[in-house]
Write a protein that binds this ligand. Structure first.
Ligand SMILES: [Zn+2]
Length: 357
């Protein structure tokens, strides 16, 4: 699902930095080798020398390369809300949710289709067209659940035929109109952290996914949870997602060591046991795969534990980053090894600065 990201050419990007060109916002970020800080193109700080500049497509990549976010232009908050250049399009989408958009429509609005695509990809982990389709499905699901009949929902949400509507629903949600009528979709929202944007998914039953937005295979994960919970996944807000964002923010501020979120840890019985054990590893401590294997009374299961650890859908909240190799080596982390190292160091530091209980 990930579209390749291409940056403008370096000379154009450097000129945009010198000119503090706000029009280039959202197209790239730049880091300064001499200061270790990365910025948005429109940052008001003094323009760096050309040879000291490194360009990045996303804040996550700049963070992964070891740069810190500029406190002045706050580059990790770049796509936290709808940027000015995109508001006209977003308003149009809301006003006419069933309209079919072409690249020509975007160009006519003065927008670059590739820039729009990149924003949606980064913001929702899906292409612009997938987003439009999900919005359309979302409206249909909403109408079905508030009692409208299937035929009028199909027509009102822009489908030309009832069978086309059924096919589309099945393709995107794995559901029939009847099963949707009685279900509750899983909503996905996004929020920002010092380690880059995270996506949270859940509904009244609890939080079922929490991942860094640039994690590979995220669309596979979405497919899996949609199947497991037999619900469509749609962009939207929910109190459980708001609480997750708040608690994660407190965690990053060093003010929270445990989470009080309703979690959906559904998996195989082995996975559920392992994830529960993972959740018991105290803040700021680590356990080895072997220790965990012994705890679940399967000393030979280190490998299976490793795999189950990697299948964890709830980053940070189910602290799979606290599992290391017996020799203390960090080894893999789905969100990237640099994040695992960062999280462990963060917990160490926060523990040391807090008064003993
Ligand atoms: Zn800056």
């Amino acid at each position: 699902m990930n579209a390749p990201i291409t940056l403008p050419d370096p000379d154009t990007m450097y000129q945009a930095i010198v000119d503090r060109d706000a029009e280039m916002e959202g197209l790239f970020l730049f880091a300064v080798k001499t200061t270790g800080i990365f910025c948005r193109p429109g940052c008001k700080s003094k323009a760096p020398k050309r040879e000291n500049v490194e360009f990045f497509a996303t804040a996550s990549e700049a963070l992964a390369a070891g740069y810190r976010a500029c406190k002045r232009c706050r580059p990790t908050e770049l796509s936290g809300s709808v940027p000015a250049w995109l508001t006209q399009l977003v308003d149009a989408l809301e006003a006419e949710p069933t309209r079919r958009w072409t690249n020509a429509d975007l160009t006519e609005m003065g927008l670059s289709p590739s820039r729009v695509r990149r924003w949606f990809q980064e913001h929702y982990q899906m292409t612009f067209h997938a987003y439009l389709r999900m919005r359309q499905i979302g409206l249909a699901v909403d109408m079905l659940q508030t009692g409208s009949d299937v035929t009028s929902v199909a027509l009102e949400s822009g489908y030309e035929s009832l069978s086309g509507f059924r096919d589309s629903l099945r393709k995107w949600t794995g559901q029939t109109p009847t099963s949707i009528k009685h279900g509750e979709p899983i909503l996905v929202d996004r929020f920002l952290t010092p380690l880059g944007p995270m996506l949270a998914a859940g509904n009244d039953a609890g939080l079922c996914l929490l991942e860094f937005a640039d994690r590979k295979m995220l669309s596979k994960q979405f497919e899996r949870i949609s199947k497991r919970f037999a619900q469509p996944i749609l962009p939207g807000k929910h109190p459980v997602l708001t609480s997750a964002a708040e608690q994660i923010d407190q965690y990053f501020q060093g003010k929270r060591t445990e989470f009080t979120l309703p979690l959906r840890l559904d998996g195989t019985s082995f996975q559920e046991i392992v994830w529960k054990k993972l959740s018991e590893i105290p803040y700021g401590q680590t356990r080895s795969y072997r220790e965990l294997a012994e705890q679940v009374s399967k000393p030979s299961a280190s490998r299976a534990i490793g795999r189950t650890n990697g299948d964890n859908r709830l980053a940070i909240v189910v602290p799979c980053h606290r599992v290391v190799r017996s020799d203390g080596h960090l080894c893999g982390y789905a969100g990237g090894l640099w994040r695992k190292r960062w999280l462990l160091e963060h917990e160490q530091k926060a523990r040391q600065t807090r008064l003993p209980l």
